[in-house]
Design a protein around this ligand. Structure first.
Ligand code: PMP
Length: 307
């Protein structure tokens, strides 16, 4: 089940997939000092569009800036690199794109100024993240990393040990995934998704101060909901509010919109996807696939019909 494609874009050129190896002295491998993104491309009828490509590349740059990591390429250059890669790979199905900016060979020490920075863009065919219509979650016993230590607003490789702990704990206990609380006990996010609850017809999602990655899917949902006249509140959510919610869903590039059926074994709503979740899910799918003409600026064409 290992993904594969023909090429990987590395530091300005395309190299065969099998040649994309790195030295064991790579700084990022030892210390988690890499920043990355997860992006989706949606295909239909011979066309392929990447969703919010420039926004993801800007967040990559922002993640690097938070830590002071060097970035060899501008977001616009990485947009071009991604398009070059997808065209060379001749991918005509739904894809996942993984830009990775990492620190390479140069020192066993922490100081990375002497280390060579690299940027890779990896892409491969990709389907669903959760292979089910709704998920059962637990509240992790692990807290979301606190922003005074390692700011979760940056999508840094090392941060994902926190997500791995929570995810593996959840699977071990028979759940599909976990939600994490911040160090004050408020709801933060999932292991690779933001979270929304529904109460009295309003969408509610935790603020950036709850130690979240400010997701591009989250932003998409907030903007589309506002356009639809659905009330949205960005505010702290206490743990007990999850149990009182009419609906809960996860939102992320990989997970897209995933209904949450239960939390800690307590059914949410009727234990089936709720009406607002279903509406948001259909809306999101229509926009990312271009069936809804809104926000054409969010869809970067790779191939369009006739080209
Ligand atoms: N939180 C975390 C920890 C994530 O890894 C992700 C996935 N990038 C998200 C939230 C959702 O972000 P996005 O919608 O930009 O994919």
């Amino acid at each position: 089940n290992v993904p594969e494609a023909k090429y990987i874009w590395l530091d300005g050129r395309l190299i065969p997939w099998a040649d994309a190896t790195t030295h064991l002295m790579t700084h990022s491998l030892h210390y988690g000092t890499a920043v990355f993104e997860g992006i989706r491309g949606y295909a239909s009828g011979g066309e392929l569009y990447v969703f919010r490509l420039l926004d993801h590349m800007r967040r990559l740059e922002a993640s690097a800036r938070i830590y002071g990591f060097p970035m060899r390429y501008r977001p616009e250059d990485l947009v071009s690199a991604t398009l070059e890669l997808l065209r060379a790979d001749e991918l005509h199905e739904d894809v996942y794109i993984r830009p990775l900016s990492y620190l390479g060979y140069g020192t066993i020490g922490l100081v990375f100024s002497e280390v060579e920075p690299h940027v890779a863009v990896i892409a491969f065919p990709y389907g669903k993240y959760f292979h089910k219509e709704g998920v059962n979650l637990m509240i992790s016993t692990w807290r979301r990393i606190c922003q005074e230590a390692t700011p979760p607003a940056a999508k840094v490789s090392g941060h994902y040990v926190n997500s791995v702990l929570a995810k593996m704990e959840a699977l071990k206990h028979g759940f599909d995934d976990a939600l994490m609380l911040d160090s004050n006990g408020y709801l933060s996010e999932g292991t690779g998704e933001n979270v929304f609850i529904v109460r009295d017809g309003a969408l509610i999602t935790p603020p950036s101060s709850a130690g979240i990655l400010e997701g591009i899917t989250r932003d998409t949902i907030i903007r589309l909901a506002k356009e639809e006249g659905i009330p949205v509140e960005v505010r702290d959510v206490a743990r007990h509010e999850l149990y009182l919610s009419d609906e809960v869903f996860l939102a992320g590039t990989a997970a897209e919109i995933t209904p949450v059926l239960s939390v800690d074994g307590r059914p949410i709503g009727g234990g089936a996807p709720g009406p607002l979740t279903s509406r948001v899910k259909v809306l999101y799918e229509s926009v990312v696939r271009g069936r809804d003409p809104r926000h054409p600026e969010w869809r970067t064409p790779v191939y369009v019909r006739g080209s």
